[in-house]
Design a protein around this ligand. Structure first.
Ligand SMILES: NC(=O)c1ccc[n+]([C@@H]2O[C@H](COP(=O)([O-])OP(=O)(O)OC[C@H]3O[C@@H](n4cnc5c(N)ncnc54)[C@H](O)[C@@H]3O)[C@@H](O)[C@H]2O)c1
Length: 278
């Protein structure tokens, strides 16, 4: 790009120096050493939350793994890594979110990153959705993002800023359709709006807020809801010819949580292999 030598940022660089300089910069940019990340819904094997925890730890972070009691997040985190600590937290409960986040801040001394990942899905047809199921989907998927963001923001403020990444869904863009029904799609669409509003309001405080819209991910979420044949049919419609993995989403979460995305705020990152190009 620069030929044998070139001028970059006022400095002359030959190709070897340029490669070295880019390598060390990239390492610095994704280095999360000293940072603490809170990840909701992260104690399920094969899940996106656990993949985020694994990748963040690889990049040097310490992680607080939150999940429902029956997912045993405390035990899971202990077995998982010495840089992980587990907490029982139902994201629908505002008081629980506030208390758990305060405990995390005490245990780790700071909070830098929040990944709002907890979510549930039902494929119930519109006319059959009862109010309990509607409330549950909205409470976990949308209110959960609100509760956790509200609990974490004062701690981000205290250290001069941070990042929030909300895991939404392609369903919020295209109106469900694959296995999520209308309430799921609405809750995920709500996450996009919440993300944009928080991004706008919190940017002056150096807090960036972004969302990811995963396509169809081949993990526990789809297990039991889709047969191999259905997955193959969907894969055939995806320009990249395959379903996504939890790791595919985790890598994009790292992008949005780290300095790699230093000027990205209020964005929705499509991670769907080209299934929805718009
Ligand atoms: N897998 C996919 O195809 C797909 C596609 C688009 C979006 N998503 C989204 O990705 C996120 C992660 O899903 P996943 O694929 O890893 O599935 P998953 O079921 O493995 O993960 C969801 C996690 O949320 C937890 N959870 C549920 N209710 C909770 C609550 N009230 N409080 C705290 N935690 C709760 C679950 O215990 C689980 O650990 C979800 O928000 C989901 O909507 C998944």
């Amino acid at each position: 790009m620069f030929g044998a030598s070139g001028k970059l940022g006022g400095e002359y660089l030959n190709e070897r120096n340029l490669k070295l300089s880019l390598a060390s910069n990239v390492n610095d940019i994704i280095n999360l050493t000293g940072k603490v990340a809170v990840i909701t819904g992260s104690a399920t094997d094969d899940g996106i939350g656990l993949a985020i925890a694994r990748l963040f730890i690889k990049c040097g972070a310490k992680v607080a793994m939150l999940d429902l009691a029956d997912k045993k997040p405390v035990e899971k985190a202990t077995q998982f890594d010495q840089n992980a600590r587990g907490y029982v937290c139902d994201v629908t409960d505002q008081t629980q979110c506030q208390n758990v986040v305060s405990r995390i801040a005490e245990d780790f001394g700071r909070i830098d990153i929040l990944a709002n990942n907890a979510g549930i899905v039902f494929g119930t047809r519109f006319s059959d959705i009862g109010s309990d199921e509607y409330d549950r989907v909205m409470d976990v998927n949308l209110r959960g993002n609100f509760n956790m963001s509200q609990a974490v923001v004062p701690h981000l403020r205290r250290i001069g800023g941070g990042t929030i990444v909300c895991i939404s869904s392609i369903a919020g863009q295209v109106g469900g359709g694959l296995f999520g029904s209308s309430h799921y799609a609405a809750s995920k669409g709500g996450i996009f709006s919440l993300t944009k509003a928080l991004a706008r309001e919190l940017a002056p405080e150096n807090i960036r807020v972004n969302a990811i819209a995963p396509g169809v991910i081949d993990n526990n979420f789809t297990k039991g809801r889709m047969t191999r044949e259905i997955k193959d049919e969907i894969a055939a419609k995806i320009p990249m010819g395959r379903l996504g993995s939890s790791q595919d989403i985790a890598k994009c979460c790292l992008f949005l949580a780290s300095d790699l995305s230093s000027y990205v705020n209020g964005a929705i990152l499509d991670v769907n292999g080209g299934l929805h190009i718009h």
